[in-house]
Design a protein around this ligand. Structure first.
Ligand SMILES: [Zn+2]
Length: 446
């Protein structure tokens, strides 16, 4: 389950195992009638701060639903989830599911943090390995004291950073669009100020690190542009087909002083479609290099220029951006459709319905009249319709597999570590594969 973790009062939740969106309308003092109107109007009916917070939360939790049912990562997650729920959480199936879920569950422990503000000047990303997380990227936050850099915090980039960073950026964009339509410059300034404050709160760095890193890499860009950079990069990282991999040479050049074993282990994770959070960070670094060479033309649409710049990362030789984009969509469609077939076979009905209804590629989710969402649970009781509602009995969905969900929650709690391979083993294995002349992609058996 995920709360709106960036705020003290949780205004909403997304139940990953039940695939249910809940909004705490009574905490926000919004009655059911008003809640329905805000959702129906895609936020334009939200006038005051409470109502805008309601809509933001709706966008946030819907992003979790869409990420986990309409992206390559999410479809795999749902297939493995239903494999467990439909088969009484058989051990070998739960072990496979843990590969994906442990990435969400990885929490660093910041329990001893008393302050709500840290000073930092710069963030570095470095490849790391530990028994709990496997090979991953780690962010180190530094401050300057007496002319010297000193480390103030280190955070492993987990799947939480990716999905929460993505959802938070989507909700900020939605709020910004509403405030802009009302010419409310005071609220826009407050929104931006609140955002920056959150990036400096050590209690949230586990979730906000990708946002903070984007601030640093793209400091010349405006607030909204940086949000779009987060959204586009995260969205693409969640949806990158394994047949359209991140170019290896970037990893070699970014971290050429790192131990080769560590780099091999990281590459292996990416080849398997795992560690998409580290992938998002790599894409951000590559994007910053692309934009340094060819900055965005401010006379054109920022979104389409940004999209083109992302595809420049993946272009091979003299390939055009159009050709590269076309290749991405061909491979993505292939994996997406295979995923849909499996969702159907495994009986993941809601995820299947969402995946088949939302198969048109969409970068932004804030425009929720074009995305099909299931009915949303209000904390005051009823399920209410979305603007474009998926025809599914959500009350039944909420209570089905009750026992299995509870059992799976306990099993996940007990097995938080991530099953992984040691870097030296992976390195030798990759060397052997390359030496044997075998090409293409390699998958580890599930
Ligand atoms: Zn969330």
């Amino acid at each position: 389950m995920s709360h709106s973790i960036f705020r003290k009062n949780a205004y909403g939740s997304y139940y990953f195992f039940r695939q249910v969106i809940e909004i705490h309308n009574d905490t926000l003092l919004i009655d059911e009638d008003k809640a329905g109107k805000i959702i129906e109007s895609c936020g334009t009916d939200a006038v005051n701060e409470r109502e805008i917070n309601f809509y933001r939360t709706y966008v946030h939790e819907s992003t979790h639903f869409l990420d986990s049912t309409t992206t390559i990562w999410g479809i795999e997650y749902s297939i493995r989830l239903y494999n467990c729920l439909k088969n009484n959480n058989r051990k070998e199936l739960v072990d496979v599911f843990l590969l994906n879920d442990s990435e969400i569950q990885q929490h660093s422990s910041f329990d001893d943090v008393n302050s709500t503000y840290i000073n930092y000047r710069t963030i570095r990303s470095i490849p790391a390995y530990d028994a709990k997380h496997g090979a991953h990227l780690l962010f180190k936050y530094y401050d300057v004291q007496k002319g010297l850099f000193s480390e103030v915090l280190s955070v492993p980039v987990s799947m939480l950073a990716l999905i929460e960073g993505h959802a938070f950026a989507q909700e900020q964009c939605a709020a910004l669009a509403l405030m802009k339509s009302k010419n409310d410059h005071v609220s826009i300034n407050l929104l931006e100020r609140e955002y920056r404050k959150i990036l400096h709160d050590p209690n949230f760095t586990e979730y906000s690190c990708i946002l903070a890193f984007t601030e640093q890499l793209f400091e010349k860009y405006e607030f909204e542009e940086k949000l779009l950079i987060v959204i586009y990069t995260c969205r693409m990282a969640l949806d990158l087909p394994t047949l359209f991999p991140f170019p290896e040479q970037y990893i070699d050049s970014f971290f050429n002083e790192c131990k080769p074993e560590l780099i091999s282990a990281l590459k292996m994770e990416l080849m398997r479609g795992m560690n998409r959070s580290s992938l998002a960070v790599l894409m951000l670094i590559a994007l910053s290099h692309v934009l340094e060479k060819e900055p965005i033309d401010k006379t054109c649409s920022f979104s389409s220029e940004l999209e083109a710049s992302l595809f420049k990362i993946f272009r091979r030789n003299e390939e055009t951006i159009e050709k590269c984009r076309e290749k991405f969509h061909i491979f993505r469609t292939l994996e997406y459709e295979t995923g849909c077939t499996l969702l159907n076979e495994k009986g993941a009905e809601l995820a299947f319905l969402s995946a088949t209804n939302n198969n048109q590629w969409k970068w932004l989710y804030s425009d929720l009249d074009k995305v099909a969402i299931p009915q949303v649970l209000l904390s005051s009781g009823p399920f209410i319709d979305s603007k474009l509602t998926l025809n599914f009995d959500m009350e039944k969905q909420y209570f089905s597999y009750d026992e299995q969900v509870l059992q799976l929650t306990q099993l996940v709690e007990k097995n938080k570590g991530k099953p992984h391979l040691r870097p030296d083993f992976v390195h030798e294995w990759l060397k052997e594969l390359k030496g044997s002349g075998a090409g293409g992609l390699f998958f580890l058996p599930d």
